[in-house]
Every structure is written in structure tokens, then in C-alpha cells.
Design a protein around this ligand. Structure first.
Ligand code: M6R
Length: 592
């Protein structure tokens, strides 16, 4: 799971590569590297362990070059050290490549190439591609033929930018399963894993499809699949949704949390015209006709899909949610007319892509709910609904969780033809605005829990779902040990863990469980733990830690999770950790 960039032609190569890598480091930040041909066509390579900042500091501040490639890495094969860092160069130094993806048959290929005298320095699967490309190129000194042969021999996923040393006027590429886009400028052409690095230079793109390969030059794009030459299909992207400006914010997470009210308003505008819902009628019909609505997702998106299950069950539909990495290997087919809803911020999550392949191979209808136009999951779905949330850059998903739940609520409203969901969502945005005003109170709670040895999050019903998401958010950025429990489950085991160093956060948005939940809190307090109740104001108690305005109960999760996002944010800020890029994680998880 990595990010790649490449450029050729009249452009500041260094600036494009380095800025591009900064914008792609959500895909991994274990190491970064770049390669370019200088004015004498010498291949220059710079590599750095760690974030793009390190590469930026060691690469020459200026260089004359009209062809270059760059890479930011999330380690899969081999430790994050300089040897394993991309770009990788073939044994005879003729080819340099950057790669995003995983080659499944790399061991067999490596053994074969070693038999032909090829040597390997790194532990990566990528170096195998560099050598295989060179081996195939050397057969008849035709790069395109060498790439075509290489594509046929590789098993797995790849997006590659390829410099061939004796062809400085062409930047080659090839792609399968991993995303790769071409950006079109008048006197330059660009490559990148997504459109973001290129949007400052162009709004014209070619979204490459599987097994396509070719080259870009200053003037042209040459595209092939197998032996066929293809006409590139040009698409346009709006810069508005690819904006990376931090503004006055110290980091992306806080920016993205605070954008949530606007995101909800924008989502309403995109799916409701003031009188009727704007979802594809065929999609709504398909949902109505199905006998089982199956949600599949990972992480935060999975938690949003748990709300989807509740909404579908409310409509009287059979519905369940699965974690993608489980369903991918243990799928269940118990209904005649299943319809699958796949939630993914990135639309590139490998576990979910595996599920979608199974679903498509059975000819089943699937709806992609994603924030990323043109992503693999969006492209391969029967229907898709975009979340229009703008880029989410912080690894911790915040505004997109709210957008996912909001979209599922709008969809439910559309199926039922109940437009009052729109009014209910407007009340949510006001409640969120008020939380933003009172965020200092959440920071005070953060100061009281940040030294706990363990945090329990509890709730019942929708608040239990909020607890699960709150716990994930807190652990992924603050590295604190957190657990989420349904309030009533504590006494069935977990309460044995509680001592005076435990903190409890309880979400309380449901009148029907208010008393029961408060009893659960008392049980924990009696064992010495500190507790903090986040409650609807209509059934508050004097010692509650934070109050939120009442919203319709089916939307309470958005509000409670919003509070928990601030809480995780402040705990992490106080600990001085990297909020946007927590250790060991990447924004887009494109490996299984
Ligand atoms: O892009 P996706 O929504 O498919 O990603 C799924 C998870 O990897 C993601 O939600 C992850 O759990 C987040 N880092 C949570 O904040």
C-alpha cells in the first residue's frame, strides 16, 4: 500500500514529485524515494526512511530534469529500511521503477531470474518486477513488448511508473488492481496514484484500467492493452473536492472534524432537491425487491454500516453487517435475492475489494457508498453513492463516518418516501455546531482521562455502536488501551478488569435505557473507576460530564461519535503524538 508519482516534460520535476508525495503520504509513510534522469541522462536516486519530510531534506533543492518518479511506502515485503525503499533499479541499471501493489508470485519469479544471473539487493517484491522488466526488454529491445510480457507473467496487483534509462523522452507505466491516473498538461504529462497531486497542474485525467500499459511523453499518451492500441478516455475532476489546504488549522484531523456540519449539509443538497430525493430510482427499486441487505466494510466504515443494519431492520428488511476481512474468506449465502452495500471512505480497501469480486462473480447487486470518485469499489459496483465530503487526509476517519451514517439515513428516507429525515439531519448539524462551541469542555474531560491505564466506552442500542467507534478512534491515535461494551454486558465478565486506574465514558442518548445505563455506570464507579457520562440534555443529571442537544434517536450516533472524535483528538494532542499519521497505520489499506 503505497503512493506513486511520475512526470515528464516541461514542469518543475522536483516540485511535482515532492509535493505529490506529500499529498500521497496518507497511503503510507514508512519511507520515501525518488529517481530522475539529469540533464546528462544519468539516473539519480534519493531514498529516505521515514516521512516525505526526510526525503525533502536530503534531495537536492533544485535539479534539472524532465523525467522523474517518486514513491511513498507502507512496508509489506521487507522492513522499512533504505534498501527496501523505492525506487528499485534492475540488475543492469537500465530500468528504475516505483510500485504500488503486491506481487503474489514474486518468489518463483525471483528464483527464475536468479537462474539467469539477476541479483537482488532488497527483500521486496518490487525489485523482482524491475528485473523481470529488464529481462523481457532485453529479449528484443522493445520496451512495450517487455512490459506486455511482464504483465502476463505477474500475479497480483501493481501500478508502476517506469524510467528506461536509454529512453529519456518516455515515462512508461502499467497497471492492474492498484489505482493509477494520468494527468494531461499541454507540455507535460503526469502519473499518480490519485488525482490529488495533479490537480494543481491539470483537471484532465485518464483513469487507467486493469492490464493497461503504455507511456507518456511531453506531447502524447500511448495506451495499450495486450496487442491493442487504445484511445485514452479523458475525464475531468473538480478541484473543489481535492482541496488539501489546512487553512489556519494545526492538523487535518481537527479541520476534518470541524467540517462535519458542512459535509452533512452538502450531502443533503446532493441527494434532496427540496421536494424529493435524488437517488437512482433503479437502485431504490433494487433495495425494495431484495430479501436481505448485507453490509460489508472495515474499521470505521463497518461501524457506520451497523447503523445501516438498524435502518434496514426498521424498514422491516432482513439485514446484517460483516467485517470485510472475515466475509472475504467465510462468505455466507443464505438468501435468494441478496443486495450488498459496501461502505468505504477510500473505495480502495483490499479486504472489501476481495468481497466485491466474490459478489460480482455471483452476479449479485452491490451498492458502493464511498467518498472517492473513480475508486476501484465505486467503479466495480452496480450502483454507487458518493459522500461528497472532500478529501479526508487524517488517518482517523471523522467527517466521513458522519457522512456515511447520514447517507444511510437519507437512503432510508428515500425508500420510505419520508422527507422529514432532512429536517432531522438539520437538527443534527445544529447540535454539532453547539458541540464545536463547547469543545473546551471536552478538552477538560480529555485531561482527566489521558493517564488512565484503560478506557471503557459503554452505551446501549445506538450508543453501543457509538462506543465501538469511539474506542477505535481513541486507540488508533492516542495508543491508549480502550474497550467498547454494551452497557449490560459489563457484569458478564469485563467488570473484572476495572480498578481505580480505569476510566469509563458512557454515552446516554436513549430515554428507554437511561436508568439501566446509569446503573452500569454506578457499578463501575463502585470498583474505583472514574466515570464520565455524555448525555442528551433532556435527561441530564447534575454530575454528567458533557451534554448534547437532543436529536432524533436514529441519528444520535453521529452526535455521540462527534464528541468522541474531539475526545480522542485532545487526548492525542496532550500526549504530543502525531495526530494525522499515527504509528503503523495508513489511510488507505490496500493490502489484506
Ligand atoms: O477507506 P475505508 O473506509 O474502506 O477504510 C476502512 C478502515 O481502514 C478505516 O475506517 C480505519 O478503520 C480508519 N483508520 C479508522 O479511523
Amino acid at each position: 500500500m503505497c503512493g506513486i508519482v511520475g512526470s515528464i516534460g516541461k514542469i518543475n520535476t522536483r516540485k511535482y514529485l515532492i509535493d505529490g508525495l506529500y499529498s500521497l503520504d496518507y497511503r503510507g509513510y514508512d519511507s520515501a524515494g525518488l529517481a530522475f534522469l539529469d540533464s546528462s541522462n544519468e539516473l539519480k536516486i534519493f531514498k529516505a526512511v521515514g516521512k516525505v519530510e526526510v526525503l525533502d531534506s536530503i534531495a537536492p533543492k533544485e535539479f534539472e530534469s524532465s523525467i522523474g518518479i517518486g514513491h511513498t511506502r507502507w512496508a509489506t515485503h521487507g522492513a522499512p529500511n533504505e534498501t527496501n525503499c523505492h525506487p528499485h533499479v534492475s540488475s543492469h541499471k537500465e530500468i528504475a521503477i516505483v510500485h504500488n501493489g503486491v506481487i503474489e508470485n514474486y518468489r518463483a519469479l525471483k528464483t527464475r531470474l536468479m537462474g539467469y544471473g539477476y541479483s537482488f539487493e532488497s527483500e521486496t517484491d518490487t525489485e523482482v518486477i524491475a528485473n523481470l522488466l529488464e529481462f523481457n526488454y532485453r529479449k528484443n529491445h522493445d520496451v512495450l513488448d517487455g512490459i506486455r510480457r511482464t504483465i502476463d507473467e505477474l500475479e497480483g496487483s501493481f501500478a508502476l511508473a517506469i524510467i528506461v534509462k536509454d529512453q529519456p523522452d518516455r515515462l512508461y507505466f502499467m497497471k492492474r488492481s492498484s489505482p493509477l491516473f494520468i494527468g494531461l498538461g499541454d507540455e507535460y504529462k503526469l502519473l499518480a496514484s490519485d488525482a490529488v497531486p495533479m490537480i494543481k497542474y491539470t483537471n484532465k485525467f485518464v483513469d487507467l484500467k486493469d492490464d493497461e500499459y503504455g507511456y507518456i511523453s511531453k506531447e502524447e499518451v500511448a495506451l495499450f492493452k495486450g496487442y491493442d492500441k487504445l484511445e485514452p478516455e479523458i475525464t475531468h475532476q473538480s478541484p473543489e473536492f481535492l482541496n488539501r489546504d489546512l487553512g489556519d488549522n494545526p492538523n487535518y484531523m481537527i479541520k476534518e472534524i470541524q467540517e462535519t456540519p458542512q459535509v452533512i449539509t452538502r450531502l443533503i443538497d446532493n441527494y434532496f432537491d427540496g421536494e424529493k430525493f435524488l437517488f437512482n430510482p433503479k437502485m431504490i427499486e433494487a433495495i425494495k425487491k431484495s430479501d436481505d441487505i448485507i453490509f460489508i466494510a472495515c474499521g470505521t466504515s463497518y461501524h457506520a454500516s451497523l447503523m445501516g443494519v438498524k435502518y434496514m431492520q426498521y424498514l422491516g428488511k432482513r439485514s446484517e453487517a460483516y467485517v470485510a476481512s472475515e466475509w472475504a474468506y467465510f462468505p455466507v449465502f443464505t438468501s435468494k435475492k441478496p443486495l450488498y452495500i459496501l461502505l468505504s471512505q477510500s473505495g480502495e480497501t483490499a479486504d472489501l475489494i476481495r468481497c466485491q469480486k466474490i459478489i460480482n462473480s455471483r452476479g449479485s447487486i452491490n451498492i458502493a457508498i464511498t467518498n472517492t470518485k473513480g475508486s476501484t469499489i465505486e467503479r466495480n459496483a452496480t450502483f454507487s453513492c458518493l459522500l461528497f465530503s472532500g478529501l479526508e487526509i487524517a488517518v482517523a476517519s471523522t467527517k466521513v463516518f458522519s457522512a456515511q451514517v447520514c447517507l444511510l439515513a437519507l437512503l432510508t428516507g428515500a425508500i420510505e418516501k419520508h422527507t422529514n429525515v432532512v429536517t432531522h439531519l438539520s437538527v443534527v448539524t445544529s447540535a454539532l455546531e453547539k458541540i464545536i462551541e463547547n469543545k473546551q469542555d471536552i478538552e477538560n474531560i480529555a485531561s482527566k482521562i489521558e493517564n488512565a491505564s484503560m478506557i471503557f466506552f459503554i452505551g446501549r442500542g445506538n450508543d453501543y455502536i457509538a462506543s465501538m467507534e469511539a474506542s477505535l478512534k481513541m486507540k488508533e491515535i492516542s495508543y491508549m488501551h480502550c474497550e467498547a461494551f454494551a452497557g449490560g454486558e459489563l457484569k458478564h465478565g469485563p467488570i473484572a478488569l476495572v480498578d481505580k486506574d480505569t476510566c469509563l465514558i458512557a454515552f446516554n442518548s436513549d430515554m428507554s435505557t437511561n436508568l439501566a445505563l446509569r446503573n452500569n455506570v454506578k457499578e463501575i464507579e463502585a470498583r474505583g473507576a472514574k466515570s464520565f457520562v455524555i448525555s442528551y440534555s433532556s435527561f441530564m443529571k447534575d454530575d454528567d460530564a458533557f451534554l448534547v442537544d437532543n436529536v432524533k434517536s436514529y441519528l444520535s450516533t453521529i452526535v455521540m461519535v462527534f464528541v468522541s472524535q474531539y475526545l480522542a483528538y485532545y487526548v492525542t494532542l496532550h500526549k504530543g503524538l502525531n495526530i494525522d499519521k499515527p504509528r503503523n497505520l495508513a489511510k488507505s489499506v490496500t493490502v489484506e
